[in-house]
Design a protein around this ligand. Structure first.
Ligand code: GLN
Length: 187
């Protein structure tokens, strides 16, 4: 199993470290040629969605990755990665991949004081630690989207088909269960 991690910007190294701990073959995606070796799953990391969106287009990765996702490639978006996948961004006119039928609000906890840790139930996994960094949350979900976790009434994790998104950063905790859950979508 080969999992590609978008490595244009942001917290991609941490995702690769988690994959290594799980004994899974992860590789960096920086340019189109990186897609030539085959890909079984894709991780879109946290970072800055506007920057990643721009770099995706500049590198020519945007088109091929969108096509892979539309064809059903399992994809896991964390934080900015979730914003890249959302069909609508409440406070930003831009749409990136737009393949998941959710509406998100960027920097939903405020820009400066928006970073915090907590622990909450994640559907089917149990209570997990959650690290939020200037995170978005989901304000609306359409039919077919399953909400997997909420914090203070706000939706912070969801899935639809082979797409999984979290507002928080599981790759910044020692808990590997959310990544394992994603890998379960591939096997
Ligand atoms: N605030 C960032 C954005 O809007 C997301 C933050 C993150 O990925 N940690 O793109």
């Amino acid at each position: 199993m080969r999992i590609g991690v978008l490595a244009l910007q942001g917290a991609f190294a941490e995702h690769l470290a988690v994959l290594a701990r799980l004994g899974v073959d992860g590789f960096e995606i920086r340019e189109r040629a990186d897609l030539n070796g085959g890909i079984d799953g894709l991780i879109l990391p946290g970072g800055e969605s506007t920057v990643m969106g721009r770099l995706l287009r500049e590198t020519g990765l945007f088109g091929p990755l969108k096509e892979f996702i539309q064809r059903g490639l399992p994809v896991f978006g964390t934080c900015a990665g979730m914003i890249l996948l959302a069909r609508r961004i409440e406070n930003d006119p831009v749409v990136h991949f737009g393949t998941m039928d959710i509406t998100v609000r960027r920097n939903a906890y405020g820009r400066q004081l928006g970073s915090f840790h907590t622990a909450e139930e994640f559907h089917g996994i149990g209570r997990i630690p959650m690290t939020f960094i200037r995170a978005p949350y989901i304000t609306e979900v359409e039919d077919g989207v399953r909400v997997l976790a909420t914090v203070d009434g706000n939706k912070v994790a969801a899935e639809c088909g082979k797409t999984l998104v979290t507002s928080f950063h599981p790759e910044l905790t020692e808990d590997l269960r959310v990544h394992r859950y994603f890998l379960g979508k591939i096997r």
